[in-house]
Design a protein around this ligand. Structure first.
Ligand code: CP
Ligand code: NVA
Length: 300
């Protein structure tokens, strides 16, 4: 079994720090490794994507490889054949697999049976590449290595679960402002609460979450796996909108993050997204750099 990235907790703290160093060196063009020279990468998408699709394709090309965009129309993962068989077959053709899909168990299964690295490009449960890139963005803007006060307001979704996973590896204070029945995954939350150096707060009060924070983060109220619950989520999460008045509770030097795509003037107002504290497009750019680092790291 090759090394894969199914969740952030697949990496140790030292490995995550190594990834960030690699990312900085690649972004500044100090190094330009081509570990994918002569290899193809299967990029499987059973959900829509702009950033993940384009940043992976560009990154794969820059690492010397060839990206193959595969939708579920072709492979019907788990329907035409088992995920395990698809993993065994793909491993005979490609040097790496990237997958964005619904079920985390499909990614775990693929990684278990593939003999090449598998990278999770988002599931209903987690979005590891996003949060690794986001943490790199935070360090770039704010300069410290750890102990940030990170506030997240909105749905307790794959983004929050990934922040909780990161808290198991990097000391942070994570405050999640969300409605009672929009909490993150209970198992992931339990593990993060056991992390010695991180502090986790889940609160129904958005101001309590944001108060004095260094970073304020939000995401759509209804994720791709939950669009059928959009109206219900909107009703529950309206009071968690990231607007100017909520942001005023954060530290004056706080930065604003959103993984994008945003539903403007729902979870985040134009004023905040386009305001001076927003770094959302740096964040989007860093997806490219961190994913190149992740691929180079896994191919070592
Ligand atoms: N943030 C992110 O993963 O964007 P896409 O859904 O467009 O890939
Ligand atoms: N929580 C969002 C993230 C999109 C990048 C979703 O899963 O749709």
């Amino acid at each position: 079994m090759a090394r894969s990235l199914c969740q952030i907790t697949d990496f140790s703290t030292d490995e995550i720090r190594e990834l960030f160093d690699l990312c900085a060196q690649m972004k500044s063009k100090q190094i330009a490794p081509r570990p994918l020279e002569g290899k193809s990468v299967a990029c499987i998408f059973t959900k829509a994507s702009l950033r993940t699709r384009v940043s992976f394709e560009v990154g794969i090309n820059e690492l010397g490889g060839h990206a193959m965009y595969i939708t579920d129309n072709e492979i019907k993962l788990g329907q035409r054949e088992t995920v395990a068989d698809a993993a065994r077959v793909l491993s005979r053709y490609v040097g790496m697999i990237m997958i964005r899909t619904f079920k985390q168990s499909d990614v775990d299964e693929l990684a278990k049976y593939a003999s090449v690295p598998v990278i999770n490009g988002l599931t209903d449960l987690v979005h590891p590449c996003q949060i690794l890139g986001d943490y790199f963005t935070i360090m770039e803007h704010l300069g410290k290595k750890d102990r940030y006060k990170i506030a997240y307001v909105g749905d307790g979704n794959n983004i929050v679960n990934s922040w909780l996973n990161l808290a198991c590896r990097i000391p942070i204070e994570l405050r999640v402002g969300t409605a009672d029945d929009c909490h993150p995954d209970s198992e992931i939350l339990k593990k993060a609460r056991q992390a010695e150096d991180s502090k986790i707060l889940i609160t129904a009060d958005p101001k309590e979450a944001v108060s004095d924070a260094d970073v304020v983060y939000t995401d759509v109220w209804a994720s791709m796996g939950e669009k059928h619950r959009a109206e219900e989520k909107e009703d529950k999460l309206r009071k968690y909108q990231l607007n100017g008045s909520l942001l005023a509770a954060a530290d004056p030097g706080a930065i604003v993050l959103h993984c994008l795509p945003a539903e403007r003037n729902k979870e985040i107002t134009d004023e905040v997204m386009d305001g001076p504290q927003s770094v959302v497009f740096d964040q989007a750019e860093n997806r490219l750099h961190i994913q190149k680092a992740i691929m180079a790291f896994l191919l070592k």
